[in-house]
Write a protein that binds this ligand. Structure first.
Ligand code: ZN
Length: 157
């Protein structure tokens, strides 16, 4: 697992790109735009792309710094807050949904580590696809760049 907050921010950024590509063309979207059929298509597309981003991040070589669970949770919540409060509404809902789906696969680690689940199911967690590692310096640089880029995309919606 890359860190939770990275999954949140990259998932949010992926959703932000979907919004930019498919959101309401020109002008201010109406408040209930997302409740209309085309809004649902955007929400579904953003969710799918965010979920796919989890897979890509796990495949990308990285180093997992040992943060305590509460630190992971706190940082992930801060990242979710960034997803919601940086973009203007209603895009903020799309980006928040992306942040949520970006990190959701990692929720299976907790029950697994506690022995409540015999196996994990997400492809990069179950061993079906490789979970790549690299040393701390390269990881620090690439992950920092990734987080910064994701924040730029989220803030630029
Ligand atoms: Zn993962």
């Amino acid at each position: 697992m890359a860190h939770g907050f990275t999954h949140v921010l990259v998932g949010g950024a992926a959703a932000a790109l979907v919004w930019q590509a498919t959101g309401p063309p020109g002008g201010e979207p109406t408040a209930n735009w997302l409740a209309e059929p085309q809004g649902w298509t955007v929400l579904a597309g953003a969710s799918a792309v965010a979920l796919a981003s989890h897979l890509l991040l796990d495949l990308m070589p990285h180093y997992d710094y040992l943060f305590a669970s509460w630190q992971e949770v706190l940082l992930s919540l801060l990242a979710l807050a960034a997803c919601f409060f940086l973009p203007p509404a209603p895009a903020s809902w799309v980006v928040l949904l992306g942040g949520f789906w970006g990190v959701v696969p990692d929720l299976e680690h907790g029950p697994y580590w506690r022995g409540w689940m015999r196996r994990r199911f997400f492809p990069t967690h179950s061993g079906w696809l490789p979970h790549r590692k690299c040393g701390p310096p390269a990881s620090l640089l690439s992950q920092a760049l990734l987080n910064a880029l994701a924040l730029l995309i989220i803030g630029g919606v």
